[in-house]
Design a protein around this ligand. Structure first.
Ligand code: NG6
Ligand code: CA
Length: 515
């Protein structure tokens, strides 16, 4: 267990001379990820939404590079985060699907991660917010009343303050480093994903206790009147208040910035917004005109504003790279009858794209993405094909990191493109919730055949699975409305072959398609 307290008072840090600060700023800028949950391309007003205003994100976009074709590595959280933090496609690894709250840590401690990379270059490193990559060494065997075992601190983060999985999964407590935060010895906490604890109410059996009802799933333990996935008991005093998660996490992130402003730092700030259950803070409730999902979008925008203000107040705008993105596309009903479907109105979270969260279609992984480096990078809109998988190699190049052999095998250095230059990726392999793979180029998208269901009626999303191969002309038909595989069989075959090559081989070779 590597636990180093980076929340030290400023005075404890050696003072840097002005010249040393400048040197540090030039070759080791701070890096902040603002990583949203389930926020779609069309959710943010910088991407054209006129229904819900997100002015802080808009400002970030106006001051930075806004990407129109950037992809999370997968259409759900765990594989996206796995791939983003390791630089390896999650579909190469078993056990990287949506993780339970008592899953063992999916990235093993010996793995070289993004956080290790920053740490080895002398950065203070920190993970705040949604984790969803497991904890400890064996599923269901964590000691929630002592040390949970392996945690983000074993992956290069000096400090972590996280939610183990998601807002809708137990345990509903924050974990600081390797321990449940605020745990009282008078109310020990127990977690089980197989069976309930005798006598404890559940959403299934005690709907009268609920303030928010499930629409599908989510009918197990009740915490704060909301039934969740998984069973838990105890933890009184440590349980989070759903309406204050954003405030708590944002506050922690701001503290970290303030306390580390004078040394290079890497902050991974992963918000709970806009994942279910959506319980906006008091001041956002009813403010968007689009129900709770709209309200938590405003809350997310507020968090962004707080981070921007902290960076500005600390005087580190010009040596801080801020990257804002999302782990997967949008979903409206993700398991609670929270009124989001009814209140959607003309808001189009998926923008002009087909599908949504879980899907192989574009809205599954084409997510908002902004990179701002004030004073260094000219504002711009970039249509380059980009993926979060490349952050590790690209930021490694930015900070002069030397990655050990075998680290980040699928991550390519596209630093120049991230900073507004050209030449993003030739192709990217996407992954939906059923592990159906697709290969996307600037011009084409090929989705491999799959016999998994094509549609999930609970969430009302087309998953993109089809027994037939699918090919879309992304120049003329970015909405993927017409499968042209039969019209261009050679292109479909070339892309299928390329996809197989990527599956077998980790080295990314150039791709050319000729009709
Ligand atoms: C699904 C949950 C959904 C959400 C998702 C993970 C049900 C019926 N649905 O299994 O509510 O929690 O997992 O979302 O349980 S993600 O953004 O973290 O990947
Ligand atoms: Ca997500």
């Amino acid at each position: 267990m590597k636990i180093i307290n980076t929340m030290l008072p400023l005075l404890a840090l050696p003072a840097l001379t002005a010249a040393a600060q400048q040197r540090q700023a030039a070759d080791r800028p701070n890096v902040i990820f603002i990583y949203a949950d389930d926020i779609g391309y069309g959710d943010l007003s910088c991407n054209g939404s006129t229904t819900i205003r997100t002015p802080n994100v808009e400002r970030l976009a106006q001051e930075g590079v806004r990407f129109t074709n950037c992809h999370s590595a997968a259409a759900t959280s765990t594989p996206s985060r796995y791939a983003m933090l390791t630089g390896e496609y999650a579909w190469r690894r078993a056990g990287t699907g949506i993780a339970d709250g008592d899953a063992a840590m999916i990235i093993r401690p010996d793995r070289y991660t993004m956080a290790d990379m920053f740490h080895d270059r002398g950065y203070a490193t920190c993970a705040i917010g949604k984790w969803h990559l497991g904890l400890g060494d064996e599923k269901g065997k964590q000691n929630w009343n002592g040390s949970v075992g392996s945690c983000p601190n074993d992956l290069g983060f000096d400090y972590s303050f996280i939610m183990a999985a998601t807002g809708d999964r137990v345990p509903c407590v924050f974990i600081e480093n390797d321990r449940v935060y605020n745990l009282s010895p008078h109310s020990p906490i127990y977690v089980n994903y197989r069976k309930n604890f005798p006598g404890e109410p559940t959403g299934r059996d005690n709907p009268e206790l609920l303030v928010m009802h499930p629409s599908h799933g989510h009918d197990q333990s009740i915490v704060n009147g909301i039934s969740r996935i998984g069973y838990m008991k105890g933890g009184k005093g440590a349980l989070w208040d759903d309406s204050k998660i954003a405030e708590t996490l944002t506050g922690r992130a701001v503290d970290f910035i303030n306390k580390n402003a004078r040394r290079p730092f890497f902050l991974y700030f992963a918000t709970q917004d806009a994942h279910v259950p959506r319980v906006p803070g008091e001041r956002f409730r009813g403010k968007s005109g689009h129900g709770v999902r709209g309200d938590v979008m405003l809350e997310f925008d507020w968090s962004v504003g707080e981070i921007l203000a902290a960076v500005k107040a600390a005087g580190i705008e010009k040596n801080t790279v801020i990257i804002l993105s999302s782990d997967n596309g949008p979903v409206i009903d993700d398991g609670y009858a929270d009124g989001a479907v009814e209140a959607l109105g003309d808001h189009r979270p998926w923008g002009d794209y087909r599908g949504g969260k879980y899907s192989a279609y574009e809205a599954g992984t084409r997510v908002p993405c902004i990179v701002r480096w004030a004073g260094k990078v000219e504002p711009k809109v970039s249509d380059e094909l980009m993926t979060q998988l490349d952050w590790m190699a690209s930021l490694g190049a930015l900070i002069g990191a030397k990655l050990p052999a075998g680290a980040a095998p699928d991550s390519d250095n596209h630093l120049q493109a991230w900073l507004g230059g050209d030449k993003g990726r030739d192709y990217f392999v996407g992954q939906n919730a059923q592990n159906t793979l697709s290969i996307l180029t600037h011009e084409w998208k090929y989705i491999e055949p799959s016999d998994r269901p094509g549609y999930n009626k609970n969430v009302n999303i087309e998953l993109g699975n089809n027994r037939e191969p699918q090919l879309y002309d992304m120049i003329h038909d970015p909405a993927e409305s017409r499968n042209v595989a039969a019209l261009y069989p050679e292109i479909a075959a070339q892309l299928a072959a390329k996809l197989n090559e990527v599956k077998d081989n980790r080295v990314n070779q150039p791709l050319t398609t000729t009709p």
